[in-house]
Design a protein. Structure first.
Length: 284
């Protein structure tokens, strides 16, 4: 691909992430306020990565969705598996280091109860396969008829991940400020302190700061915003939506910054969308 082709692909990726950001801010209004906590004295904020959730059901399984990232020049990293949460995931790195990484996970629906599995399979069966062919599917939201409040609760009893996805849909569940790009504060501890001083709650499941320099990645995240949604039975309820993450990457023995993800840390980051009074880690 020539220089013009590379430039077109960079522009294409930029337009894609701008659309994701608009949808993300609409779902999570306070992220704009959190971002402003750092943009005032850090004019060049960098997005470390964006994460998405899906089911391992057709037509929205990992392999069907990842084609969009591969077509934008992304390279797949090693797989990640989360036994307790019943998830499989892949990380993706871009050709252009200025572009965000991507983390794409999927719930192993077959490991849920027959009742929960039936709800999810019904939702997925109603998806128009044509919607999956365009990368705008990543900010399409709910691709099916909304489940009832009773169905949401049934899913939540087994998997917060399943309930969140059924009600919030396919969209970025978080963006991530790269602490490496910050001039001040330039530590994750300093970031947490600034966010909390502004009145925002952090996800403390497993500790507010996860990972270590030795592992190559340190991470922290806010608790998800809460939004009011209308369920399929007509009832309106307030549920968790999306959250903001912060990541600091460290160099490995080769001097290069760690590019991947740490499964143990990601396992607890998922819990940013749990209900605040249910951050025990007992549910998936």
């Amino acid at each position: 691909m020539g220089s013009n082709g590379n430039r077109e692909q960079v522009d294409e990726v930029g337009i894609f992430f701008e659309a994701l950001w608009r949808d993300y801010v609409e779902m999570t209004p306070r992220v704009a306020k959190i971002r402003s906590l750092f943009s005032e004295d850090n004019p060049a904020l960098t997005n470390d990565h964006v994460a998405f959730r899906t089911f391992d059901c057709e037509p929205i399984g990992l392999e069907r969705l990842e084609r969009h990232f591969l077509s934008m020049g992304y390279r797949r990293l090693a797989p990640y598996h989360f036994v307790e949460k019943k998830l499989d995931a892949w990380g993706y790195v871009p050709q252009d280091p200025e572009q965000p990484r991507v983390f794409l996970s999927a719930l192993r629906v077959g490991e849920l109860s027959a009742q929960a599995r039936g709800i999810i399979e019904r939702l997925c069966a109603s998806i128009d396969p044509a919607r999956i062919e365009d990368r705008s599917v990543f900010h399409a939201g709910v691709l099916w008829s909304m489940p009832s409040w009773e169905e949401y609760q049934l899913l939540q009893a087994e998997s917060d991940y399943a309930a969140w996805l059924a009600a919030i849909g396919l969209r970025a569940n978080h963006f991530t400020i790269s602490v490496n790009s910050l001039r001040s504060p330039n530590t994750l501890e300093g970031v947490i302190e600034r966010v909390e001083a502004a009145g925002f709650s952090m996800n403390s499941a497993g500790g507010k700061l996860r990972g270590s320099p030795l592992e190559g990645l340190e991470q922290a995240s806010t608790l998800a915003d809460r939004i009011r949604v209308r369920f399929g039975d007509g009832s309106e309820r307030e549920i968790p939506s999306c959250y903001y993450e912060f990541a600091r990457r460290h160099p490995g023995p080769d001097g290069e910054l760690f590019s991947g993800f740490v499964a143990a840390s990601a396992d607890r980051i998922f819990e940013s969308t749990h209900n605040p009074d249910d951050l025990t880690g007992k549910r998936t």
